[in-house]
Design a protein around this ligand. Sequence first.
Ligand code: FE2
Ligand code: FE2
Length: 303
Amino acid sequence: MTTLQETNATPTPATGDGSPEWRSVRLEVLDQVEDLPSFNSVVLEFMEVTRQEFFSAKDFEAVICKDQGLVARLLKVANCGLYGRSRTIGSIPEAIVLIGLDNLKRIVYAVSSQGLMTRQMTHYGYHEDQGFWMHAMAVGQAAKILADACPDSGVHGEEIFISGLLHDIGKLVLDGFLGQRPHKQVSCEMERSAVGLDHCELAGHILKQWNIPASITAPIAFHHDFAAGGEYLKSAAVLSLARGVCSEWGVGYQSPLDLSWEVPHDKFAAEMVQIGLTADRWPGVVWNIQQSLAGLEDLFANT
Ligand SMILES: [Fe+2]
Ligand SMILES: [Fe+2]
């Protein structure tokens, strides 16, 4: 199955001609960026900690415990039955031991991005109000698995997870500028024609405002054109591949989640060469991504 929600192929003429009307729409869009709520400061600090090479459970706990509301929500999800625990988890250290740091990190990002990313958009074709959120989490998880599978690429797994989580964030603002008529397949060219910039560029403006570092924002700028990624070519290739695989399964665009479709590697040959992923390893890596995404709907149902 091929879903085309993120295609670059729609041949729409670019009208970014610098005319006064066009420039004023672009300015209006950039103005809206300031109104977009940020992640809370504890989560931004958490992102910073997880980017460090030696990141321990104690570091995790020290940051998360600054926000007791977040701790309460984390523990609620950790206890929801998803992780098969027979006894109640009462604290973050206990949760780290019982469900693991990786699961807990995933819950932090799911819980903290819920408010920002749960919304019904008119355009782009996401499924109801949770589709965009699910797509973001899935691309983040897939990107981390790809980076971890290709250590020689030098792409940092935690950083590329965050890039994946935030890769389409520009759409949250652009959706309000693309007209009232619902449109399921919005290409970057269509965005540029309508408002003078696409969601890749707009993400850069949003994330700069949140002080997110370039190593996370740069691959986002090229996730629909990784070959132009320059010094971030490899991380852009990982992100492009992750969103391509998730789009093959329609993650975020339909419900229930169906990961049974075969994902042909030849569609992604250019990205795979860049990150050193050979065809013989493809089935194993895809299987790991499937395992990781399989619990997403349950996680969301309990968040
Ligand atoms: Fe995407
Ligand atoms: Fe995108």
